[in-house]
Ligand binder design. Structure first.
Ligand code: ADP
Ligand code: ADP
Ligand code: MG
Length: 669
């Protein structure tokens, strides 16, 4: 076994590989870019070598530097993780030439499986079932179009060198073929430096089921069962599970054996995944009718490998290290067992409501379920970030993977939702609530799986959050009142909002919720505290804090919420969902107006109570200038900066409209 390995990757996969190495007593060396100088994966390793600038092409893809780093640290082997150099045959070869072990398959197997078209020709020869299609070398557009006609529409044009869900075009009819082909070739040339395409039958309502395989250098190849990765957005995986719902023993064996044949055909060693597209001609109710076709082989450890670990009880990175160091596979096919059910969710920095646009930012709050004080059984989190870290535009938008296990699928699903409900992320938009909504759809919970699931269920997945505006306002108001109570100052005049624990019995708070202004009115009525949200009728509000949570009861509904304030924004995490709402400080807007032209305007309609200053008086920033009464509350208008009172435009008792100028402040001489 190796005594030291270099991990040529970053983020969660680098941390994950380092964890197994440490457990096995193997020392680790990290590589890092400028942006990752203080990243978690650097801390997870015993040594670290800086390899260049933040962009991958300046660091994680510079394989000569990475090989030099391995040599300099005395590592005997390089683990490439996934992405970056993991499927780069030149890198695998260069490792070997430098006397280093590449922890992955031989360079020849990467090459054979590297191009989708070539790999299909090899698979055809090995008797592995293929999607009906054309994967020849002749790329004449007229020929490709004829082939599409022969296959029958709809067809899928795929960049042969494509990956990561890019370089694919579905074509419904012959008239659209030429334009789709040209656009696919352009993307293929731009993204992959190779414009070759293949044409396949576009399988309707397919499932994506893949088989984990493992080979060693002693001629053994086994399969570690399947993963269902049908829940996808933009041809990229969102949720993955094992085993595949409805999988029969017979089909599992057939697919497993086909995957082993595929691996053997290219002399495969190490961890690999054979991806199949699965047709369901009998619909969801007849999984025994499923037909599978080879799609591609990923010659590396896959993002979703933890679900296989969860159902087999194995550590696939340990297997990789054993196989790479020359050991035989730890178990034979008939010793492999499958227990229970596992589901993985990819937590990504993205905006599901805006076509999953990747998001960046700082993880101002990042709390895993375990930080909640509650326990959900059999939850594993694989991540490579800490609270305070940035999600930068340089790398993948995946923040963490949440993997749960249960005896049954229903148990795993329940645990995944329970765990997701306890994730707290503020500062970066994420898909956490979206994932919860996907889990709750009848399609997912009923295991009616296919790659169009998200599209089919879109009505339940996008837009409104189940927490709802009323509950968000109730939670925000509760949080604001509790924070004020906690910070209760002895000097009542330092308070500017006019709401005091003794005295004023009502107040108004203005919010902005997703671009819409929302007025919240709080009143102490004989029956207790009441909240009115917008034009809705007022309803009783009560709340009880406990630790970091608040039990909020409003209008007959109850939620246990946790609220984080960031500036004016309140990030609310409830039992049912999560949302953010911004507290609008009416005085802040008065101050803004003053900053521009020295004018001080009424933040809302009301009555002038008094002026605290006289014309010509020198005032200091923050000094009270006037008191207004609005919505049965007093508001103090404070000086936004130092100055001299120029003119008072109203008298005490006057009614003013929103935006009316109350007084003028001149710059001090
Ligand atoms: P999986 O099949 O495990 O979902 P993918 O093929 O989607 O894996 O890619 C795994 C990882 O590799 C991605 O998360 C990404 O980091 C990286 N990757 C793969 N292909 C590309 C690509 N074309 N562009 C950028 N990153 C890619
Ligand atoms: P990538 O290298 O980007 O992972 P794949 O060939 O594995 O490309 O395909 C990615 C996804 O695209 C699949 O998981 C599936 O959802 C969809 N897909 C691929 N081939 C077909 C097909 N012939 N018919 C329908 N959907 C397909
Ligand atoms: Mg794929």
């Amino acid at each position: 076994m190796f005594t030291k390995i270099l991990i040529a990757n970053r983020g969660e996969i680098a941390c994950r590989v380092a964890a197994t190495a440490r457990r096995m007593g193997i020392r680790t060396a990290a590589v890092y870019s400028d942006a990752d100088a203080h990243a978690r994966h650097v801390m997870a390793c015993d040594e670290a070598v800086h390899v260049g600038g933040s962009a991958p092409r300046d660091s994680y893809l510079r394989w000569q530097r990475i090989i030099d780093a391995a040599r300099a640290t005395g590592a005997q082997a390089i683990h490439p993780g996934y992405g970056f150099l993991s499927e780069n045959e030149d890198f695998a070869q260069a490792c070997q030439d430098a006397g280093l072990v590449f922890i992955g398959p031989p360079a020849s197997a990467i090459r054979d499986m590297g191009l989708k078209a070539e790999s299909k020709r090899l698979m055809e020869a090995a008797g592995v079932p293929l999607v009906p299609g054309y994967h020849g070398q002749d790329q004449d557009p007229a020929l490709l179009q004829r082939e599409a006609g022969r296959i029958g529409y709809p067809v899928l044009i795929k960049a042969s060198a494509g990956g990561g869900g890019k370089g694919m075009r579905a074509v419904d009819k012959a008239e659209d073929f030429a334009a789709a082909l040209a656009s696919c070739q352009r993307e293929a040339a731009g993204s992959f430096g190779n414009e070759a395409v293949l044409v396949e039958k576009y399988v309707q309502r397919p499932r994506h089921i893949e088989i984990q395989v493992f080979g060693d250098r002693h001629g053994h190849v086994v399969y570690l069962f399947e993963r269902d990765c049908s829940v996808q957005r933009r041809h990229q995986k969102v949720l993955e599970e094992a085993p595949a719902p409805g999988m029969t023993e017979a089909l599992r064996r057939q697919m497993g054996e086909a995957a082993v044949a595929a691996a053997r055909a290219v002399g495969y060693v190490g961890a690999g995944t054979v991806e199949f597209i699965v047709e369901q001609p009998g619909g969801y109710e007849r999984p025994e009718d499923m037909k599978f076709y080879f799609m591609e082989m990923n010659t590396r450890l896959q993002v979703e490998h933890p679900v296989t670990e969860a159902i087999t009880g194995l550590d696939l990175v340990e297997w990789q290290l054993r196989v790479a160091s020359g050991e035989p596979l730890p178990l034979a096919q008939d010793q492999l067992r499958l227990h229970g059910h596992a589901i993985e969710a990819r937590l990504c920095a993205e905006n599901p409501d805006n076509d999953f646009l990747p998001a960046t930012g700082q993880l101002a709050v990042y709390r895993k379920p375990s930080a909640s004080g509650f326990e959900v059984a059999d939850v594993r989190i694989d991540d490579g970030v800490r609270e305070g870290d940035a999600i930068s535009p340089f790398y993948d938008s995946m923040i963490a993977k949440l993997i749960v296990r249960g005896r049954t699928r229903a148990e795993a699903l329940g645990r995944l939702d329970a765990a997701l409900a306890l994730v707290r992320i503020v500062g970066v938009q994420t898909n956490v609530q979206f994932l919860r909504r996907v889990l709750a759809t009848p399609s997912f919970s009923g295991a009616r799986l296919d790659t169009a699931l998200i599209q089919r269920e879109q009505g339940r997945l996008f837009g409104q959050d189940p927490l709802g505006l009323d509950m968000a306002v109730a939670a925000a108001a509760a949080h604001i009142m509790l924070a004020e109570r906690a910070a209760e100052t002895p000097d009542p005049f330092s308070r500017t909002d006019g709401f005091r624990s003794h005295g004023v019995a009502s107040r108004r708070i203005d919010f902005d919720h997703q671009g819409q202004p929302v007025v919240a009115k709080l009143r102490y009525l004989p029956g207790g505290l009441h909240l009115q949200v917008g034009d809705e009728p007022a309803a009783p509000l009560s709340f009880t804090p406990q630790d970091e949570r608040i039990d909020v009861r409003y209008a007959g509904r109850r939620q246990v919420v946790q609220v984080f304030r960031r500036g004016a924004a309140l990030h609310i995490f409830g039992t049912d969902g999560a949302t953010a709402i911004t507290e609008l400080d009416p005085l802040a807007s008065a101050g803004e107006g003053a900053g521009e032209g020295g004018r001080l305007t009424a933040p809302m309609p009301g009555k002038v109570v008094s002026f605290a200053v006289k014309v010509g008086e020198q005032v200091r920033k923050g000094q009270p200038l006037a008191v207004m009464e609005a919505m049965k509350m007093e508001h103090t208008i404070a000086a936004p900066r130092d100055g001299v009172v120029g003119e008072l435009l109203f008298a005490p008792g006057d009614q003013v409209a929103e935006g009316d100028e109350l007084l003028r402040l001149a710059v001090s001489a």
